[in-house]
Write a protein that binds this ligand. Sequence first.
Ligand SMILES: [Zn+2]
Ligand SMILES: [Zn+2]
Length: 289
Amino acid sequence: MVDSTEQDVTDRVPPEDVFSILGNETRIDIIQALWQAENDHVSFSELRNRAAVADSGRFNYHLGKLIGTFVQREECRYGLTYAGRRIVGAILDGTYTKRAEIDPFEIGSLCSACGSSLEASYESDQFVVRCPNCAETVLRFAFPPGVLDGRPREEFAETASRWIRAQLSFTVNGVCPNCAGVITHSITRESEQHSRAAGLEYDCKRCQHHATTTVGMHLSYHPAVIALYDEHGIDLNEAFLQSYVDNADQCTSVRSENPWRISVSVSLADDELELVVDEELNVVERHRE
Ligand SMILES: [Zn+2]
Ligand SMILES: [Zn+2]
């Protein structure tokens, strides 16, 4: 029998203790030196050379502070723990250390309300798509500045498309992209951000992460929808932003509210796929024309 009780996860160290460990330049140097090491684990002397700390006693003291949380020791060799790799990732993606701005540029889609060209920009660590005429925000998504590093400016919209789709896949699969907690969803009849038949709200009960989207977006991860796009030579990962913003190939209607039955039709050329979902967003009907 499957045990349905929650897994037993205990706190290892209070968060204030863990993060205070990082408030020291030498310790950050040690973490970065371990990340740059070619081998997974390096010896004490090699690590000291790489971190460029001349004083052995001082180096030993700071290394000792990192062991158990950010650094692991196996048979006198040192490597990063999962938490240590996450710290390196946070330094590199620029979430805490970088700033970037991209002025508004047209993305080739029109505002459904007024027909003006929609513009995308990067501001306050968010990728934003809005109509410059009626000031309606179509999409707003947190986005680490490091994503822009090392990628051509003209590929920004495609990069954003891939990044947002990857992040949303966690949410769609019930995992919080912020804290790895449990994501729950609720269907709404109308949502403020989306003037569509049915909205979808995702919430994390652990960190209060919240996202507002559509049933159609949720279903864009369904294998049948991905396959339909593929049959038409379209990689939905690349085309996601365009298809989400345009929403021209999608038609959503509420068949009933009690119980919830929501129909989403996806049309590409002469092909139409209709999926009907229930309250749990399980597909209960599927039609192909
Ligand atoms: Zn407009
Ligand atoms: Zn969360």
